[in-house]
Design a protein around this ligand. Structure first.
Ligand code: MF3
Ligand code: CO
Length: 245
């Protein structure tokens, strides 16, 4: 069921997103060559406590951490641990928080120190494909308008969009209906004012196919190519979408 939020509920989504955006900034600042990916989880645990919010991912379907940290050919759902980040890596950080019953969900990919030109382009194209999707997120459009905009932008730059994972509604639940694919997949649901959705292109420098690691969580590119991931939680209005985080 697609849920329409009231103005009061949108205000809580706004605050949830504001806190999440601030936490993600702290996590980005912590990304340095030589740190363990678990240090990024430590940052989230501390910030979540400071803001008095709940880490949405911890325990979700048994997920063991408060943030997803996916490095290089890892696309999403990387579990923070003992891996040490090194200069030239790219790291996708995906986080969600729950504030007074409302979840927001957002992700960014950043470079560790100096990165290759290809990695820089991949990150930039992925971020701009998210912007292209958000630009189509308005009342009267359909979910498919977002999907097509993301896919066109990505493919026009020679990269591929992952198909096996999608964006989603977000709000009282971390994952609500509808799914928000990043590739052409039919017209999809009509977007209405008060819907709140997470748009999250996952983009690879190679093919779109994925595999799941033996830890049963980490999603990797099948061909070993680099991947990037950006995500905003947004609210549908009559005009431009409101970006919460
Ligand atoms: N941001 C991810 C998503 O949108 C959430 C990670 S799933 C979890 O699906 F299990 F790690 F929480
Ligand atoms: Co999400």
């Amino acid at each position: 069921m697609i849920v329409i939020k009231s103005a009061d509920e949108i205000a809580l989504m706004r605050e949830s997103g504001r806190i999440l955006a601030a936490i993600l900034e702290e996590v980005k600042r912590a990304v340095q060559p030589g740190i363990r990916t678990s240090a990024l989880d430590d940052v989230v645990v501390e910030e979540v406590r400071r803001y008095g919010v709940i880490a949405s991912f911890k325990g979700y379907s048994g997920y063991p951490a408060s943030v997803c940290v996916s490095v290089n050919n890892e696309i999403v759902h990387g579990i923070p641990g003992g891996r040490i980040l090194k200069e030239g890596d790219i790291v996708s950080v995906d986080c969600g928080v729950c504030y007074r019953g409302f979840h927001s969900d957002a992700a960014v990919t950043v470079g560790v120190g100096e990165i290759s030109a290809e990695a820089r382009t991949l990150i930039e194209v992925t971020e701009k494909s998210l912007d292209a999707g958000v630009a189509e997120a308005r009342a009267g459009n359909h979910v498919g308008d977002i999907s097509v905009a993301v896919q066109k932008y990505v493919e026009s730059h020679g990269f591929a969009v992952v198909r096996e994972y999608t964006g989603h509604g977000v709000g009282r639940e971390l994952h609500e209906e509808p799914q928000i694919p990043n590739f052409e997949c039919g017209r999809g649901a009509l977007l209405k004012k008060g819907m709140t959705i997470a748009i999250e292109p996952m983009v690879t420098a190679g093919g779109w196919r994925t595999r799941v690691a033996s830890n049963r969580w980490t999603v990797l590119t099948k061909d070993g190519s680099l991947a990037a991931h950006f995500e905003h939680s947004v609210g549908i209005t009559d005009g431009d979408a409101e970006v919460f985080a």
